[in-house]
Design a protein around this ligand. Structure first.
Ligand code: GDP
Length: 483
C-alpha cells in the first residue's frame, strides 16, 4: 500500500510531537501515521501537559467506552432515570449536525470540553462520521452505539424541554445553580443547545455556576455548529488549566484537530492521488478556497476580481506578462494553485489566464480543482468524502487564500497551521479595500459567542473581545477568536 508514496524520511516525526500514540493497526487507517509525509513539520510543539492529558483521556475513553461494564452501568442508570453524584464515568455526546467544517469545529470544541471536565466524548454517527474519520482513541470507539436508550435523539433541537435553557426558564433546575438542589434531584441527562440560534437561557451554560451544576449530570447531549473554544477560556474554572494545556493559545484547533481527524483509507486515497498527481512536484503550492454564501447577490466577476486582486497584491500569484511571448526556461519555478469551490467557473478562468499568458516572473502556474459539487449536499457520502479530502488538501498548501466566514476554510487553516489571506466579498458593486486581510492567527472563529454577564444572568455590555490580549474579534466577524 505504500508503493506510490514519497520516499520515507525516517527523521520525519510520524507521531506529530507525541500527539499521536503508536500501536494502532496501521493498515486500517493509513493516514494516521502517513500525514507527516505530506504535511510540513509543524513549528508548534504540543505542550507536555497537553500530551499528558491526552493520554489520560485515552485511558478514560477506553475504561468507560461502549462495550465496557462501566458503560453498561452508565446506560442502566440513564434508563432508570437516576442520577448519581460522583459516578466514575460521565459522557458528552455530540449530536450530528451541519456541514463538515462546522462539524469539525464542534467536535474539537466538545473534545476540549470533555478533557476539561473528565468526560468521555462520544458522537452520534448519524451522517457518515465513520466513512470520513478513523477512530481517534486506541482500543475503543467514539461512535455512540445504535441502542442508545434515549428515543429520537436526532430530533432534539432548540426549545426541547430536556434542554438546559428550557429547564432554567421553567425554574426546574434554577435553584440548583444557587446550590439548593443536590445531585439526586438532577436529571440523568441534559441537552445543551449551543448552535448559532441558541437562546439567552441556553447561553448561561457558559457560566461558572452552571458549569458546577452540570458537572453532576452524567450524560450531556450537545448540539452545535460553533467553535466554542474561545468562550471556554472565559470560564474562570478552566482558565488556568487551558493556559497549561495551550501556552500558545491559538494552537488549540491545530493540535486537537490533528489529533482527532484522520481520513479513512478511501478518503486518504483521494488525498494521496490528488497530491501525487498535482501538488507533489510543484516548487510551491497555493490554496484558494472560494465559498459564496449568498450567490444571488455576489456576482461572479466581483468574486473573481477580489480573489485576483488579493492574490496579486499580496504576491501570492504572479502578474501576467502581456507583452513578451516568453517560453519559460526549463528551470522555471512551478507553482500549483489548488482551487476548491462548489463552482468550476473560477478555476476555469484562472487556468485559462495562466495558460494563455506567460507570467512576469517566468514562473509556471498550474491550476487544479478536485471537484465542483454545485451545491452543498451534507449527508451524502461521496459528497462529504470529497469535502473532507479538499479540506485536507488545502491544509497541505504553502499559502492559503480563503473566504470569510467559512468554517470549511477555518478547518483547513487550523490543520495546516496557516494564516490565510481572508477575502470578504462585497455584495454591492464596489471592491472591498483592501481586497483581503491576513488572518491574525490560525485558530477558527467562534461566530456566535454568548456575550453573557454571568453574575447579572443577562446580556453583557462588556466587550469580551477586549478582555484579554489573546482574545480578539475575528477578522471576518464580530465573533471571538484566540490569537
Ligand atoms: P461553511 O458552510 O463554509 O462554513 O462550511 P461547512 O463545511 O460547514 O459546510 C459547507 C458544506 O458545503 C461542506 O461541508 C461541503 O459539503 C460543501 N462545500 C462547500 N464548499 C466546498 C468545496 O469547496 N468543495 C467541496 N467538495 N464541498 C464544499
Amino acid at each position: 500500500a505504500e508503493g506510490n508514496l514519497p520516499p520515507k524520511n525516517i527523521t520525519r516525526d510520524m507521531l506529530l510531537g507525541g500527539l499521536l500514540v503508536p500501536g494502532f493497526d496501521k493498515g486500517s487507517c493509513l493516514s494516521r501515521y502517513q500525514s507527516a509525509l505530506y504535511r510540513k513539520e509543524s513549528p508548534h510543539l504540543p505542550s507536555p501537559h497537553l500530551l499528558e492529558r491526552l493520554r489520560i483521556q485515552e485511558a478514560l475513553q477506553k475504561k468507560c467506552g461502549p462495550g465496557t461494564k462501566l458503560y453498561r452501568q452508565a446506560i442502566e442508570r440513564l434508563k432508570s432515570g437516576t442520577s448519581t453524584e460522583n459516578s466514575e464515568c460521565n459522557y458528552v455526546v455530540v449530536l450530528s449536525y451541519s456541514g463538515l467544517g462546522n462539524k469539525m469545529l464542534t467536535l474539537t470544541s466538545a473534545f476540549l470540553y470533555a478533557i476539561l471536565t473528565n468526560r468521555v466524548l462520544l458522537i452520534d454517527p448519524g451522517a457518515h462520521i465513520a466513512d470520513l474519520f478513523c477512530e481517534p482513541f486506541p482500543n475503543t470507539t467514539w461512535l455512540l452505539p445504535p441502542d442508545f436508550p434515549i428515543d429520537h435523539v436526532s430530533s432534539i433541537f432548540k426549545g426541547d424541554p430536556r434542554s438546559y435553557g428550557e429547564m432554567l426558564k421553567g425554574k426546574l433546575i434554577g435553584n440548583a445553580v444557587n446550590g439548593a438542589t443536590n445531585g439526586s434531584q438532577l436529571p440523568p441527562y441534559v441537552y445543551l443547545h449551543l448552535s448559532h440560534d441558541y437562546g439567552d437561557f441556553d447561553k448561561l451554560i457558559y457560566c461558572e455556576d452552571d458549569q458546577r451544576l452540570l458537572r453532576k449530570v452524567p450524560w450531556l447531549l450537545l448540539r452545535s455548529n460553533q467553535y466554542f473554544v474561545p468562550t471556554l477560556f472565559l470560564i474562570p474554572e478552566y482558565e488556568q488549566e487551558l493556559g497549561r494545556l495551550f501556552p500558545k493559545k491559538d494552537t488549540v484547533f491545530h493540535h486537537l484537530g490533528r489529533y482527532l481527524f484522520h481520513p479513512t483509507n478511501p478518503v486518504w486515497g483521494m488525498i494521496v492521488r490528488s497530491y501525487q498527481a498535482y501538488l507533489a512536484k510543484a516548487d510551491e503550492t497555493v490554496g484558494i478556497q472560494i465559498r459564496i454564501f449568498d450567490k444571488k447577490n455576489t456576482p461572479f466577476q466581483h468574486v473573481l476580481d477580489q480573489i485576483l486582486t488579493c492574490s496579486l497584491e499580496e504576491k501570492v500569484l504572479p502578474n501576467l506578462s502581456l507583452h513578451e511571448p516568453v517560453a519559460s526556461s526549463t528551470h522555471a519555478k512551478s507553482k500549483v494553485v489548488l482551487v476548491t469551490s462548489l463552482d468550476s467557473a473560477y478555476f476555469e478562468r484562472l487556468r485559462s489566464m495562466y495558460w494563455e499568458h506567460p507570467t512576469a516572473t517566468g514562473e509556471i502556474i498550474g491550476v487544479y480543482q478536485p471537484s465542483h459539487e454545485g451545491f452543498e449536499q451534507t449527508g451524502k457520502e461521496m459528497h462529504e468524502m470529497k469535502a473532507w479530502a479538499e479540506i485536507y488538501l488545502l491544509s497541505l498548501t504553502d499559502t492559503l487564500v480563503s473566504s470569510s466566514w467559512s468554517t470549511f476554510g477555518y478547518a483547513a487553516r487550523g490543520l495546516g497551521g496557516l494564516k490565510p489571506w481572508i477575502v470578504t466579498y462585497k455584495t454591492t458593486n464596489q471592491m472591498a479595500n483592501p481586497p483581503c486581510r491576513r488572518a491574525m492567527s490560525m485558530d477558527p472563529c467562534f461566530h456566535f459567542p454568548p456575550f453573557v454577564d454571568c453574575r447579572a444572568r443577562a446580556k453583557s455590555s462588556v466587550d469580551q473581545g477586549a478582555l484579554f490580549p489573546y482574545l480578539r474579534h475575528c477578522e471576518d466577524s464580530w465573533g471571538l477568536k484566540l490569537v
